[in-house]
Design a protein around this ligand. Structure first.
Ligand SMILES: Nc1ncnc2c1ncn2[C@@H]1O[C@H](COP(=O)(O)OP(=O)(O)OP(=O)(O)O)[C@@H](O)[C@H]1O
Length: 202
């Protein structure tokens, strides 16, 4: 199974409960605003600790409340594209992209840069980028960190049509060729239908 998740978490007034049993491919997390989709991604990434339950990705247990197991964030090796790009403001685009780079396997740096159309931005500071440019850099940074799985929080919002199309094609390739388990939040039905191997409502 790519994602085997069963967790609960109380956040303020909200009681979040989520169950995912997903085979390979891309799992879309769908649901109304405030349902807890981002919180679920944060718990799978290891940024927020669930109150109870378990998180397993590609057969490996990352969290198990009963067993007292909680694998630290860095060891989980999630490629996380946040809702806001969250680039490091003190690093130029090039350094942001290479921040999590491990060995020189996985995706090719130049090829990824070309695919995302960000070659002309490499020497820029994050504060000078448009929303869509920053988002593409954030996607590149996640992909180049040699992740074991991807967490995508509305990765295509704020992109124009042409760029959306290119990035959808890239996500399809990651899903089908590289076989990366992907958990993606989207509000867009068309996106969900095209990219999702399955849709989980929360
Ligand atoms: N730190 C916190 N303290 C209190 N409540 C919180 C906290 N974080 C999140 N919540 C609440 O938990 C619920 C889930 O939030 P979350 O951001 O996960 O929802 P979401 O489904 O991703 O929403 P959206 O689609 O609007 O991004 C919301 O009701 C939110 O107000």
């Amino acid at each position: 199974m790519s994602f085997d998740v069963d967790l609960t978490k109380r956040l303020g007034e909200a009681e979040i409960a989520c169950r995912i049993e997903a085979g390979e491919g891309l799992t879309v997390l769908f649901g109304p605003s405030g349902a807890g989709k981002t919180s679920v991604l944060n718990m799978v990434a290891g940024l927020v600790e669930p109150d109870a339950g378990h998180v397993r990705v590609a057969g490996e247990t990352l969290f198990d409340g009963g067993a007292g197991l909680d694998v630290p964030v860095a060891e989980r090796r999630a490629g996380y594209v946040f809702q806001e790009p969250r680039l490091f403001p003190h690093l130029r685009v090039r350094s942001n992209l290479l921040y999590g780079r491990r060995a020189d396997d996985g995706l090719d740096v130049d090829e990824t840069i070309a695919l995302l159309g960000i070659a002309h931005l490499l020497d820029r500071w994050p504060r000078t980028l448009s929303g869509g440019e920053a988002r593409r850099v954030a996607i590149g940074r996640a992909l180049l960190s040699d992740p074991r799985f991807l967490l995508l929080d509305e990765p295509l919002s704020s992109l124009d049509r042409a760029r959306r199309e290119e990035i959808m094609t890239l996500i399809e390739r990651l899903r089908d060729t590289m076989k990366l388990p992907i958990l993606m939040v989207t509000h867009d039905r068309e996106e969900a239908a095209r990219l999702g191997t399955r849709i989980v409502e929360i």
